[in-house]
Write a protein that binds this ligand. Structure first.
Ligand SMILES: Nc1ncnc2c1ncn2[C@@H]1O[C@H](COP(=O)(O)OP(=O)(O)OP(=O)(O)O)[C@@H](O)[C@H]1O
Length: 291
């Protein structure tokens, strides 16, 4: 695992890249206050400082309502911070969205039911004017990557939940983003499918080298997938701890890792960061799954 950012090449020519251009995400002093209809305010996030290195897998975990989704939405420019600054590969969040610098996958696969698997995956490419033959070639690569080559012509309602989620992941990868933003993408799946999808995601990530920011309620999921687990406190959401998980390269994390001592140590470390050293499943914070 490497958490150090690649350095800009000394031989690079042209204009100096913006500061932090080699980091996937840099969040500085971010706050998000929501104002309700009657003027009541909710401070969802305060004082958020987070750097996600290029190629790094970072999970956000914390009790329900601590602001995990809000933080992901701010990075994706689906919402704006009330204070602070967010950069994605050195660009503002707005510019990164315009440039399609990242792919997004949410808990609900969000597929268009009237489009086939292939047509759902190619949608971002179509919207950005990629020609038909290049689209076909890319879709063929992607359906193979997520193991759905035999289902390219099927429609979403002909697929299981896990297969639909794989289509959504393929779609988020369509434009070869160096960053994936994922909000509980496996939250609606049964446990067996979820574990298979986690292994699949590690494989895809190893193949693409993309950085990932991954929101989850599950401690084992966070530990199994991540290079680093970022722990957040209840509202107002702050980052209270960061745990480096050292389970080896993504490509080498097989199913047997779930029985490994290092995995259990990681789970214990995250659990204690969330609930304190006396943590037990009985005392678990609301909304965090310790299974
Ligand atoms: N559009 C909004 N308007 C008002 N309040 C909001 C809005 N979006 C989020 N909030 C509030 O901000 C806080 C953080 O919400 P958020 O959805 O980010 O939490 P979360 O950690 O992702 O929760 P969960 O784990 O339950 O999905 C919550 O108190 C929520 O009610």
């Amino acid at each position: 695992m490497s958490t150090s950012a690649p350095q800009p090449s000394a031989a690079a020519t042209g204009p100096t890249p913006p500061a932090d251009a080699t980091e996937a995400v840099v969040v500085r002093g971010v706050e998000r206050v929501f104002t309700g209809a009657k003027g009541a305010t909710v401070t969802a996030l305060t004082g958020i400082e987070l750097t996600v290195h290029d190629g790094e897998f970072v999970s956000l975990i914390g009790p329900s309502g601590c602001g995990k989704s809000t933080l992901l939405r701010l990075i994706a420019d689906l919402d704006e911070p009330t204070a602070g600054d967010i950069r994605v590969f050195g660009r503002t969040a707005r510019q990164a969205r315009i440039d399609q610098a990242y792919g997004i996958a949410f808990q609900q696969a969000g597929l268009l039911p009237w489009r086939s698997v292939a047509a759902n995956i190619e949608l971002p490419l179509q919207l950005h004017g990629v020609g038909a033959s290049a689209r076909r070639a890319r879709v063929a690569e992607l359906v193979e990557l997520v193991g759905l080559s035999d289902f390219a012509k099927h429609y979403p309602d002909q697929l299981s939940g896990g297969m639909q989620q794989r289509v959504a992941i393929a779609r988020s990868l369509a434009e070869s983003p160096r960053l994936l933003l994922m909000d509980e993408p496996f939250g609606a799946l049964d446990e067996m499918t979820r574990e298979r999808m986690q292994t699949e995601l590690l494989r895809i990530r190893a193949e693409t080298g993309a950085a990932v920011v991954f929101v989850t309620h599950s401690i084992p999921e966070a530990v199994y997938l991540s290079d680093r687990v970022v722990v957040m406190s209840p509202r107002p959401g702050r980052i209270t701890d960061e745990i480096d998980v050292r389970l080896g390269e993504a490509a080498e994390r097989g199913e047997d890792l779930r029985e490994d001592t290092a995995f259990f140590e990681g789970v214990t470390a995250v659990r204690e960061a969330l609930h304190g050293p006396q943590a037990s499943s009985a005392g678990a914070a609301r909304g965090v799954d310790v299974r």
